[in-house]
Design a protein around this ligand. Structure first.
Ligand code: SF4
Ligand code: SF4
Length: 151
């Protein structure tokens, strides 16, 4: 029990640090648009460990033991619409138990910094192609057009 408590404190501070990193990185970019409450971002989540994306229920159970916050998620599918040499191929997709049928969050006021920042602009968003999920109401843009930097 104490291990979980200490883990939660550590995890909380890691979330805050990531939150400020996102803010610093995002200074060159802006998030535009509006949430359409499609629920995609809360039901097609990928998790990874030191070996890459989680691809088996057994590996997810191991990860849950290390991070009790992950008991909030259930397996919701598998990535099979990318090339086989893509590291995401075969990765499990997860759904948050707090997602309601109407696409709203039942823990909205208590959701994590990770959720509050979504869609976050950080170094991973470049690796993911700099785009949001297909059909998401948000999109990324640069804060100034190239010509404005020349003035
Ligand atoms: S994918 Fe985008 S539009 Fe859909 S619920 Fe998430 S933030 Fe909102
Ligand atoms: S806590 Fe709410 S916002 Fe965060 S993943 Fe779950 S349903 Fe989505």
């Amino acid at each position: 029990m104490q291990t979980n408590f200490l883990y939660n404190i550590k995890s909380f501070f890691q979330d805050i640090i990531q939150h400020f990193k996102n803010k610093m990185f995002s200074s060159k970019y802006v998030v535009k648009g509006k949430c359409k409450r499609c629920g995609q971002c809360c039901s097609t989540i990928l998790f990874s460990d030191e070996n890459g994306y989680i691809k088996t229920p057994e590996d997810f159970i191991k990860l849950q033991k290390r991070n009790p916050k992950l008991f909030q998620f259930t397996i919701n599918g598998i990535v099979n619409d990318v090339d086989k040499d893509n590291p995401q191929f075969g990765a499990l997709l997860f759904k948050c138990k707090a997602l309601k049928e109407d696409g709203r969050c039942s823990q909205y006021f208590f959701r994590s910094f990770f959720c509050r920042d979504y869609p976050a602009i950080n170094s991973q968003f470049i690796q993911m192609g700099g785009t949001t999920l297909d059909g998401c109401g948000y999109y990324f843009d640069v804060d100034k057009k190239f010509e404005e930097y020349l003035k």
